[in-house]
Design a protein around this ligand. Structure first.
Ligand code: ZN
Length: 422
């Protein structure tokens, strides 16, 4: 399997950060043409490669999250895992690209779909417009060996806005800083009970008489907030607590009354709303992600997820009603469908291949988005499954991929190709 690692090494030397992956696109096109494949591209920069009239499509995204020195990537190996020096590695999803290149090099009669800009909002998958021949699609963007993914969550970002009356206040204020919380992914880690900086803020000030001059908390809509900063006026004496520091500050500020804001945050139910015991994943959840108060306008951003579209609709309605009961204005955006968990003939075939290599396999669903959800909405008669090698800490400088796992997953991929190849 040295070939896969040689191909992967080649990919790491071609910049392909999201929004900037055209060099890798050109490279993949020539690679396929040199091996006698037909190539199509579309307006969204997706690439479809095929030979004959295939039954099976392999799919991966060809952009990567660039953190640290990336796209300058220098790989090294430690304890059987490949990593990059001070940057993301791009094994998500570059290892899948390398595997698909190896399949093309073997001349497989399959379709190969490379989507653009997955990491910045599933852009390529959302705009996909090719006519596909295949009846089955194997997505290679999962990150645990010996697991066969058969479903993923859909989601929607719900924002709530309200204007509060400003007044001017002079006196002793507090600068309040919340920091040092671990954070985590708002989908796959939402059930872990990770503390939320915004909820910590309301717990700290609950039942106190507070006026707020400024408030800013949270980092990204899809991560559990780790930081918050506020300037507040409080009649009670405030003391430092774990992860909360307060500092007195004399001044004149324009402020809004804090009673309702603190109550909204306090009553907002953050985290897992219902749990799917069969699949052992959250069924519905919401992340209280970002809060800001600017010139009297409060904005709260949340991201809701559910394992099926009915569940998502319910969560959306529940939280719209919640915010509307406080007279907030609501905006929903970035909605993407769920891939409702389903074990079908194709996923069973993939399971068989997985068991023959690993001696075991488990059907799984993930409480986060995969491109399968969006693609399956466009191609309703196609059957989907997702697998991948062991990858840890993607999207961070600590991203790593297990070498032996790549070898084994490639054996699974080959077995699946053998079944459906034309
Ligand atoms: Zn990925």
């Amino acid at each position: 399997m040295q070939k896969i690692f040689d191909y992967f090494q080649q990919i790491t030397q071609i910049p392909h950060c999201s929004h900037n992956a055209s060099k890798l696109k050109d490279f993949l096109i020539s690679f396929a043409k040199e091996r006698g494949y037909e190539v199509q591209t579309d307006k969204a920069e997706n690439i479809l490669i095929k030979k004959g009239t295939p039954k099976l499509a392999f799919q991966a995204h060809y952009d990567m999250v660039c953190v640290g020195k990336a796209p300058k990537i220098k790989t090294f190996i430690e304890n059987g895992w490949m990593m990059a020096e001070n940057s993301t590695l791009g094994a998500d999803n570059g290892m899948a690209i390398a595997m698909m290149m190896a399949l093309m090099d073997e001349g497989r009669g399959c379709e190969f779909l490379f989507t653009s800009d997955e990491e910045v909002g599933l852009i390529g998958a959302s705009a996909l417009a090719f006519t596909l021949d295949s009846k089955f699609m194997l997505n290679l963007d999962s990150e645990d060996e010996a697991e066969v993914y058969v479903g993923c969550a859909g989601g929607v970002d719900i924002s709530a806005m309200k204007d509060y009356k400003l007044t001017t206040k002079t006196g002793t204020f507090y600068k309040l800083i919340i920091s040092g919380l671990p954070g985590g992914h708002s989908g796959v880690e939402i059930h872990k009970g990770i503390p939320n900086a915004i909820k910590l803020f309301s717990r700290f000030l609950k039942d106190k008489n507070v006026q707020i001059a400024s408030l800013k908390g949270g980092e990204r809509v899809n991560s559990i907030p780790t930081n918050l900063e506020a300037i507040i006026y409080c009649e009670s004496e405030l003391q430092n607590e774990a992860n909360i520091t307060v500092e007195k500050k004399e001044g004149i500020y324009t402020v809004v009354d804090g009673a309702e804001i603190i109550s909204v945050i306090d009553r907002f139910k953050h985290g897992v709303l219902s749990f799917n015991e069969t699949l052992n994943v959250p069924d519905t959840s919401i992340n209280l992600a970002i809060i800001s108060l600017k010139e009297g306008t409060l904005k709260i951003q949340t991201s809701a997820r559910a394992m099926d579209d009915t569940g998502l609709k319910q969560v959306q309605e529940q939280y719209q009603n919640f915010f509307e009961s406080f007279d907030f204005h609501i905006e929903c955006e970035g909605k993407y469908p769920a891939w409702k968990p389903e074990i079908n003939s194709f996923s069973k075939e993939v399971e068989k291949a997985m068991i023959s290599v690993f001696g075991k396999s488990e059907f799984k669903a993930i409480h986060a988005g995969l491109e399968c959800a969006i693609i399956s909405e466009k191609y309703p008669n196609m059957k989907f499954t997702s697998i991948g090698p062991n990858i840890r800490s993607p999207h961070s400088r600590h991203e790593k991929v297990e070498i032996v796992s790549v070898d084994r997953i490639y054996q699974v991929v080959q077995k699946v190709a053998n079944c459906y190849e034309t």
